[in-house]
Design a protein around this ligand. Structure first.
Ligand code: ZN
Length: 249
């Protein structure tokens, strides 16, 4: 057990299960779903700091890490999230089982990278709150005050977004200051990523990338369209009280 507590202290992650079900039957009989509770911005003493930029998966943008499968001969790493095969760049050519870059050390499951010219300007942390609103009215009151407290504690430069879900899923356009505005999706209807991007007017009149994640301005999103949904934390509390939790059901 202590090894799991150590991992929590190091990585800020706790899972209800420490063993993944090995068979379909085991998976089906799990009453508590496999999930993870993660502590963002956890202060980790002596966290390794790497003085270069991370290698990213070209498909999903995940970062090379100790769980990646590495082919040292072909100089390829396989992303553990999307299974994309990625070539190492030239400056990793001397990589071998006995000459690992720090981000592949098995004990380096949480590291920090120093921002460089290559990684571009530091983007502010983004906190997307996804809130279940299926509760009695009295609890909504408690939820509102708890969320207000949480938003107060966020770093000043954070950006905050809100999605609530009850009978419907609502993506709140916090940046629209005149009145509460949200995009509403029916919980029982499957919506593809493309349909969602179209309905929320992310690429109005422009071509959108056909593969990979769409996560920021370098993927073709305009900063105006991002600002519609992500609001600086300092401007957030008043807007949340009037919007997301005032009109949820
Ligand atoms: Zn990937």
């Amino acid at each position: 057990m202590s090894e799991f507590l150590d991992l929590e202290a190091q990585d800020g992650i706790r899972m209800p299960w420490n063993v993944i079900p090995g068979t379909r039957e085991d998976a089906l009989s799990c009453v508590v779903p496999i999930s993870a509770i993660y502590t963002p911005l956890k202060q980790v003493p002596d966290i390794p700091v790497l003085p270069y930029s991370p290698l990213r998966c070209r498909m999903c943008r995940s970062i090379l890490n100790p769980f990646s499968i590495v082919d040292y001969v072909a100089k390829i790493w396989v992303c553990p999230f999307c299974f994309q095969r990625n070539h190492f760049p030239q400056h990793y050519s001397s990589i071998s089982e006995s000459n690992l870059p720090a981000e592949l050390f098995p004990q380096y499951t949480t590291v920090e990278y120093i921002s460089t010219a290559e990684t571009g300007p530091v983007v502010p942390p983004v906190f997307m709150f996804v809130v279940d609103t299926c509760m009695i009215e009295e609890e909504i009151g408690y939820l509102k005050s708890a969320l207000a407290q949480v938003v107060e504690l966020l770093p000043d430069n954070s950006l905050v977004g809100f999605i609530t879900f009850g009978t419907y899923v609502q993506v709140h356009e916090l940046g629209f200051g005149l009145l509460p505005k949200s995009y509403v999706f029916k919980g029982t209807k499957e919506v593809t990523k493309d349909e969602m991007l179209d309905q929320m007017c992310f690429f109005a009149g422009k071509r959108k990338p056909t593969t990979g994640v769409i996560a920021g301005t370098r993927d073709g999103l305009s900063s105006e369209s991002i600002a519609r949904f992500l609001l600086p934390a300092s401007e957030c509390n008043r807007r949340i009280a009037k919007g997301p939790l005032a009109c949820s059901s």
